[in-house]
Every structure is written in C-alpha cells, then in structure tokens.
Design a protein around this ligand. Structure first.
Ligand code: 4G4
Length: 249
C-alpha cells in the first residue's frame, strides 16, 4: 500500500518512517510513503499556508490553494487512492475501519493545523473524514500516523508471525489474554501453572477463558455486538455460578 502524508510539518514523520514495523514494511516493499510539504504548494514570497477566518474570530484557517495543490499532486501519483481528512468530526477510527481502508491501493492523508481547513477542501477534495477519538489535537499528524500504522499492520507480510494479526485483540472482538515471560516468579508473583504445564490444549482454553472474562470485566460493550460461541456461553455460565456461590454463601 502507498501512503501519502500531506502536512505542514513533514519532519514529524521522519522518525515514524525510520523505525519499527513501518521501517521494516518500507524495506520489504510492503508499503511506500511520500510525505508532501503543503507549504511547497503555497504561492508568494512567504509561502503562506494559513489566513484569517471570514466572519472574524480568533485563530487561523488553512488556506485552500496550497492544500488543493498538495492533494492534486498526490492524486496524480495515486488516482485510485481515497483522500482522508483527519478531523475530530470524522468517523471514529477502529480496527474495523483499519481493515476497511486496507483494501485500497493507497491512502492520501491530509493533516490539518491551526483551527482546521477551509470547508471547501473538506467538501470538494476529501472522500472520508476520520477521527482517532473524542479529543482535540494541534494537528492531524499524530492521527495520520496512527491510521497508517494500524492499516499497515493489517497488510499481509507486514507483521513477523504469519497469524499474529489474527490473534490480536479486536480481530475476534475480544481483548487479548494475559502474557507472561521469565522469570517464573517476579516479586513474589508466580506465572499461572497451566502455562508451564506444556498442555497446549489446556493453555489455549485458559487463554480463551481469560480473554473472555477480561473483556466482560473491562469492556462489556464489546460483548454486546458479538455473538457468543457455545464454549464461550459455557465459560460465562461457569463464572456466573462461581459468583453466585459467593453471593449466596
Ligand atoms: C482538521 C480540523 C484530528 C484537523 C480541525 C485532528 C484531533 C483529531 C484539525 C483540527 C485534530 C482527531 C485543530 C481541531 C487538527 N485533532 N481526534 N486537530 N483541529 O482525530
């Protein structure tokens, strides 16, 4: 997949492209990146990219012409890639949306600054608006990196282990089971015995059960929009009877 980041602060992406799984994915040619400086599409001696809001008020707005120039330059390189504006008013970004976006050949990510972008850029030149959560940030750069990383991780061959995405939290609608590594006892706390037993069937069952129970305890909303398997029903009933024993003791 080809990622295009359109920003007034391209240096913010330098460390992002240069490290970790994104760097590996670039080296393996699973993804490409072009970071376009919106200021390069601004005219005049000062290459101004912002201006005062019509109607008055405080703060500045990103001028449409440099943004349009940058978006059109990216579209020329990737005509079939949707343009995504990162904005608090967008569709909430989830693992589901990451998988939906992963079908495209590329993504053009528009990072706003100041009070936001001229409305005509939003209506005429963007295909999707995405928000990473209900909070305000100074710019769309961090949201763009989050979208890029989450989408890249879903692409075949980007993560080390072949099925490591399939086992992730959310891919089956549940939170991940607990993880342990050496030492066997840390500050008086031992690793659950089953994990040292070597009984792969038992270990798998324990993981499924902890996954289900912690989802119920920490994120019960996730269980609401997901059907339960027969085994999961059984596990929840077992825990209910354990709780009942305590209540009615
Ligand atoms: C576009 C419009 C995204 C971009 C307005 C961007 C939070 C998110 C921005 C703005 C962002 C998010 C200045 C509010 C840049 N903040 N939640 N800021 N603002 O995904």
């Amino acid at each position: 997949m080809n990622f295009f980041a359109l920003t007034l602060f391209p240096e913010l992406f330098d460390a992002f492209w240069a490290h970790g799984i994104i760097r590996q994915a670039l080296l393996k040619k699973k993804i490409t990146q072009s970071t376009l400086n919106i200021r390069d599409f601004a005219k005049g001696r000062h290459r101004t990219a912002d201006d005062k809001p019509y109607g008055g008020g405080c703060g500045m707005v990103m001028k449409p012409e440099p943004l349009a120039g940058a978006i059109r330059a990216a579209k020329k390189m990737a005509p079939d890639s949707p343009t995504i504006l990162l904005t608090p008013q967008g569709r909430l970004f989830t693992q589901r949306l990451a998988r939906e976006l992963s079908v495209y050949d590329g993504l053009i990510l528009v990072c706003g600054r100041y009070e936001g972008v001229d409305e005509r850029i939003r209506t005429d030149l963007t295909d999707h608006e995405v928000s990473i959560g209900d909070y305000i940030l100074t710019g769309g750069e961090l949201p763009a990196m989050i979208v890029i990383e989450a989408v890249a991780r879903t692409l075949p061959g980007v993560l080390g282990g072949s099925d490591s995405t399939a086992k992730d939290s959310f891919s089956d609608g549940l939170l991940e089971h607990a993880h342990y590594t050496r030492p066997e006892v840390f500050e008086g706390e031992a690793v659950p015995e089953v994990l040292l037993s070597g009984h792969h069937k038992e270990i798998e069952k324990w993981r499924q059960e902890t996954s289900l129970i912690r989802t119920f305890l920490k994120r019960p909303d996730l269980l609401k929009d997901r059907p339960l398997s027969t085994l999961e029903r059984q596990m929840l009933k077992k825990w209910r009877s354990e709780i009942d024993k305590i209540i009615y003791a």
